[in-house]
Design a protein. Structure first.
Length: 386
């Protein structure tokens, strides 16, 4: 009985609020939107792009936007930071359900926010999230506990595997995503190289398949030994750069405008093209029946560049080939030297960049092309540019 009374009261309050926002419409338009909280990539990326859109004037006018967390929260530190930046009121989720059943609902819904920065917002506007002084102090304390002295440069690296989704979203079948999985051992040479250049290299991941094992000095298995929600965000926001296979957490580095070196990226049309300081090397696709690699033009023109399920590759006899440890190491060196101001590019390198990006067209996936492909990767695979 008490539960029925509570539900009735909640329903009446939500209906009153839904009718109230309609009554206010001549003065101010109240819109409600859900934050995709369960996956850290969209959780971070969509919120930041909304804030950039707001800066650009997309959401100007007599509007007040209120948000709620639509599902379980993937990272509570990120939630805290968004809750103090956006107007977040969890009861608005119930108001939204009631409002959507009434006439005129569309006016009171925050328009869909993209997860891909096709307009280049991140390069135009500064980051909107920040740490409090207490959080800054905590972050530095935790770094010292990990053995990273204050002021020391560190690089985050992350190799995607299926362990996280299986552990946190086990109610779904994720095998269709297996083509994106990587082997963290292929990243060890890059981590050791970066450590040898004076950086600390921190292996990231909320849930990982296996510990890093024996590694070089200054290479730290943060994911297995020190991982917290808070430090996931702090490290991603403060790193010199983030080396990643495209696995959600690198979106946090993006929203804090940290340079990102992407490796093992697939599908080809889903490359993150909007980062002016970002470097990328994609996976190549081996055609089993012809015993050769597909050219990049073939991948893009055939539609294979949008394949998002393992079965699609299997059906055409295509094998996505992992980037080799040496390729990953070379990209890490290029990024480190670019950030240190010691990288030298050549006329040939610039021509190869132009040839690669000339293959792409603007689309719903890509609107700006500011990133670069790894120089050594292009030199070694120039035949795939034909």
């Amino acid at each position: 009985m008490l539960r029925l009374v509570r539900q009735t009261l909640v329903g009446v309050l939500a209906l009153t609020a839904a009718l109230g926002i309609r009554a206010l419409r001549p003065i101010v338009v109240v819109r409600i939107g859900g934050l995709r909280s369960s996956r850290i990539g969209p959780f971070a990326g969509k919120a930041e792009l909304y804030l950039c859109q707001r800066d650009s004037g997309v959401h100007d006018g007599r509007k007040i936007d209120v948000f709620y967390h639509a599902s379980r929260v993937s990272n509570h530190q990120l939630k805290r930071m968004l809750d103090r930046t956006l107007h977040v009121w969890q009861f608005s989720k119930i108001i939204s359900r009631v409002s959507n059943a009434l006439p005129g609902a569309a006016v009171h819904v925050v328009p869909p926010i993209p997860v891909r920065d096709t307009e280049g917002y991140l390069s135009k506007y500064p980051t909107h999230l920040g740490f409090t002084s207490a959080e800054e102090s905590l972050g530095q304390t935790e770094l010292r506990k990990m053995g990273v002295p204050s002021g020391s440069p560190f690089v985050c690296f992350l190799a995607r595997d299926s362990t996280y989704l299986t552990a946190t979203h086990g109610d779904r079948e994720w095998a269709y995503h297996n083509y994106r999985d990587c082997n963290v051992e292929n990243y060890v040479a890059a981590a050791a190289e970066l450590a040898g250049r004076g950086n600390f290299a921190l292996r990231m991941g909320a849930v990982v398949g296996k510990p890093l094992g024996a590694s070089a000095p200054r290479v730290i298995d943060y994911a297995s030994e020190f991982r917290t929600d808070f430090m996931d965000i702090y490290l991603s926001a403060k790193c010199k750069f983030f080396l990643s296979s495209g696995a959600g957490l690198d979106n946090v580095a993006q929203i804090f405008r940290r340079p990102t070196a992407y490796v093992d990226l697939i599908p080809l049309e889903f490359l993150a093209t909007w980062g002016p300081d970002d470097l990328i090397i994609p996976r190549k696709l081996w055609k089993r029946d012809e015993e050769r690699f597909m050219t990049f033009r073939e991948i893009l023109d055939s539609g294979v560049g949008r394949f998002a399920e393992q079965e699609q590759y299997d059906r055409l006899g295509l094998e996505p080939v992992h980037n080799k440890p040496e390729e990953i190491r070379a990209l890490a060196i290029e990024m480190d030297e670019r950030l240190n101001g010691t990288w030298s590019t050549s006329e040939e390198d610039e021509k190869l960049q132009q040839r690669f990006w000339s293959l792409f067209r603007t689309s719903n996936l890509n609107g700006v092309f500011l990133s670069r492909i790894g120089a050594k990767f292009l030199r070694q695979n120039r035949e795939l540019l034909d």
